[in-house]
Design a protein around this ligand. Sequence first.
Ligand SMILES: Nc1ncnc2c1ncn2[C@@H]1O[C@H](COP(=O)(O)OP(=O)(O)OP(=O)(O)O)[C@@H](O)[C@H]1O
Length: 438
Amino acid sequence: MSGEILIVEDNVVLGEVLSRWIGKVGIDADIATHEPAARRKMERKDYSMVLTDVRLPKGNGLSLLEWSMAERHGVPFVVMTDYASVPDAVRAVKMGAEDYLPKPVHEERLAELLGNILGNDGRAFGNERSLLRRRSPQALAAENLAQRVAGTDWSVMILGPNGSGKESVARTVHRHSLRKGKPFVAVNCGAVPKELAASVFFGHVKGAFTGADGDKDGYFKAAQGGTLFLDEIGNMSLEVQAMLLRVLQEREYVPVGGRKPCKADVRVVSATNADMASAISCGSFREDLYHRLCEFEICQPSLAECPEDVLSLAEFFLDKYSAEMRLGCAGFTEGAKMALLSWQWPGNIRELANRVRRGVLLAEGGLLSAESLGLDGELCACPASSLKLIGNEDEKRRITTILEECRGNVSHAAELLGCSRPTLYKKLRIYGMMRNEK
Ligand SMILES: Nc1ncnc2c1ncn2[C@@H]1O[C@H](COP(=O)(O)OP(=O)(O)OP(=O)(O)O)[C@@H](O)[C@H]1O
């Protein structure tokens, strides 16, 4: 796969703007101005994604999508629509498009989307995202640690599952540090091939290798004075690890093909969902690098550990996406709320955002149902949704949240928690939650 993105857009100025934004994160973009040209390009090359307008002078984005699905190209499609053509976006998603992007396109949304679809550092656009202040004790604990360590210059390692908000914690560290106002640069280390690592991290000078027709800065230069966020460090090759260890020890580096050492004045914050102890014991991660990267550790909880945040985050995303699409969605049906509370969120906040975005589109201005969130029928089908009644604080909070939502209806709550009524009563007694117990 070329890694290149194909933009299909007849507005040449917009095509160029999109291509420049995509280029900022190190991805090349190719432009076609109508459907036949796009088809020709797709026949010649495998693109990593197609970003297409619906209306084109010849053909249209939906028939391009239909053709690509029939030809089994397997390339993710993102369809750009203006507010008047919401039904087109709905059709596109139903036909298999990965996502849609409302026009006018915002750089921040495009970055988020690239991050979601390509799993790369679309985040390097560097724009601050608006975030909800979370209230669950677990999320607050991680946030407080981030604020406390921010004032030191220690390296920080954030551990937690994918999509749980580790980058948001890294941004909190940066925002509360003396380096705020300086760059925050995010790098997806897992996506950096070892052959290019030196040039990507340290930059290169003109003539350093074939194709190096100018000087180019690397991530360390881009983050100078600020924070370098190394994401997915668990996926770094041993060669890249050795390279990073050297620069973190010596606090300087030399661009590829250059002579003069440059100062590496960056605060490093890293993140991973890997089990670092096992990675070290099986030799896939260097222990010396681990200690350099982890002068302070923060564990970001999964969304399932933070039941208090689910509905407020869902409402936050509902407002955000319905404003973006100018679809005044009024809220969630009771069934949708129950489904949101009983789902286990294997993809964490990212999954919640994606489901709500899809729901906003499909609800077309009404209330979001469990079906529009893709959660109907899943409740019983997903074994993970059943409560593992093992007895701990998380479980108690989850029961409390669901009981509140069910307005005290134990049968309904037991159903959502995936356990029997007698088991739930037993738990309520264990936790001293029965009214007649106190
Ligand atoms: N408090 C919040 N309010 C609103 N959105 C949030 C919040 N925290 C995280 N998000 C959103 O959830 C998504 C996932 O967050 P983030 O990228 O920080 O997770 P991550 O753990 O770093 O993921 P990965 O491990 O896949 O890199 C992002 O779109 C982010 O904007």
